[in-house]
Design a protein around this ligand. Sequence first.
Ligand code: WTA
Length: 668
Amino acid sequence: MTQQTGAAESGPSSAATLDNLLSENRTFPPSEEFALAANATQALYDEASADREAFWGVQAERLHWDTRWTQVLDWSNAPFAKWFVGGRLNVAYNCVDRHVEAGHGDQVAIHWEGEPGDTRTITYADLRREVAKTANALISLGLSAGDRVAIYLPMIPEAVFAMLACARLGLTHSVVFGGFSAEALRTRIDDAEASLVITSDGQNRRGKVLGLKENVDTAVRDADSVRNVLVVRRTGNEVDWDDSRDVWWHDLVDGQSEEHTPEAFDAEHPLFILYTSGTTGKPKGILHTSGGYLTQAAYTHHAVFDLKPDTDVYWCGADVGWVTGHSYIVYGPLANRATSVMYEGTPNTPHEGRWWEIVQRYRVSILYTAPTTIRTFMKWGSEIPAKHDLSSLRLLGSVGEPINPEAWMWYREHIGAAATPVVDTWWQTETGGIMISPLPGVTAAKPGSAMGVLPGISAKIVDENGAEVSRGGGGYLVLDQPWPGMLRGIWGDEQRFRDTYWSRFRDESGPIYFAGDGAKYDSDGAIWLLGRVDDVMNVSGHRISTTEVESALVSHSSVAEAAVVGAADATTGQGIVAFVILRGGDADSADEGAALVKQLRDHVAKEIGPIAKPRQILVVPELPKTRSGKIMRRLLRDVAENRELGDVTTLQDSSVMKLISSGLAKPG
Ligand code: WTA
């Protein structure tokens, strides 16, 4: 189920996996105790189906509005939605100040834990002060509402301060994952025309200090839009400095006033841009706005994670560089006054029990992570979590890729004491918040299934022609009603927005949203996600497009042509496998071949980031192409997954596959 094949292209092994999945008939209802105390009950489904828009109006009441909206949804200019029309609010005020004003200033907002073992405890009162100071600092740099700010930081509290300070001032942030390369950062800075970059001197990774500022130095060289670089001192390593441009965080922020009066912005004011991979090489700047986004983040965090702000300790193990970090580390939990854990480092530094030590220390009660991480923990062995007291955990969540039933079961058994509900949550950067998930106090969950749409959301699985498939059938996942957290566009590219999401399927009322995922209903109508049906790979829960990696490979002087596929991988979901044709033919010796393969992997890391490094690079004499010249990735995937070859009749030259298969003994 971790393959890229969906309804469009079911290879033999995906069919086998499907059968396996659909025979899954274990169900795990919540305990009576959990169900009785749950935030969300069956009534929520009833309310939402009675009147969807009225339902979202009620959910928006979770927030403080300076001006109430006059209309819940304006869909007259579809696919451009306006939610909570006429409403005005300040997102940061909602996440911070109002909790302090309500008497919760002493409640811990963030238990932060650095990789080397240093810690910080940040209460809501502290957070209010830090965000106000940061906002005042950004004003002193001349920024004003509507300007774009790139944030390229490790998992340190300043990342949260910076995001909230932007939100407070109506600046649109673009967080770029710290694992992306200088090149990738530059593309994102240019596309958004960011005037400020916030970064740090370095980051801690597996006990080592990695540079970060140096990537920014490379990225902003001759970047027209960037006026300043604001630098947090985190690791104390040496950095190059440009006095006319660079400012230390501690020099600028520490001395600022702790007072800042928030201003209300329109519900549709741009809150952030987050770049994600599409089917072409150029990443898409997914645009999210304020009122609807925050409503859905807060509502889903309340309903799916069952947060009780006075007693729970919540931990989402994502990075703020991804949408999961935006919605479920920053905006959702803080809007709901959660006490959260935030961890800077990797799970095995300094030892493989680090996460469980943290759960035990802070008495974490809700944990949210990705299947890749769970499978890694499985590999390390259940005796590692068993050494720690995990009895505080009462709810577990999964996100980012399909979770295989084995990982789901292991998670519940070894982390959740065979008792906690497990919620498998499906959503995307584009959806802003969770769309498909069990409700932990209601749903009898099946291991491996995201089960059903949340109250207020509408989705279905359709065939090629847009007709809904029946139970037991598979096809394409579509979202056939607008939702508050939906993307409002692709930054600067209206046509691409229409083409990518809204042109494939329509119903009687107009265009509907195509998610790019394959899915299936089982005989009970539960939804099983099957992975992407486009040229997007999912590696450890990270979206990477095949074209992006191909472009990186062909930008190397030795490569004439490249084709990239995502092949099933037991730990990472998919692994990147590249097939390359060298300029001037084959490498002369095995050693030379091995050296070149290493060079190419490093080259991809430099162009995109280490997450995009191919797991395997195979040097081949030819690539399989259709008569119209399109690379047949399906066949390459068969090779990469050691499967019998599928149908080769549409190949321009069917002997190519023999050549490729016979070349597989090559180094790499
Ligand atoms: C995949 C991450 C199966 C899916 C929040 C989607 C999932 C893409 C699940 C979005 C899940 C996410 N089960 N697949 N529970 N959650 N996906 O934008 O292919 O980084 O389209 O957002 O991840 O990835 P993104």
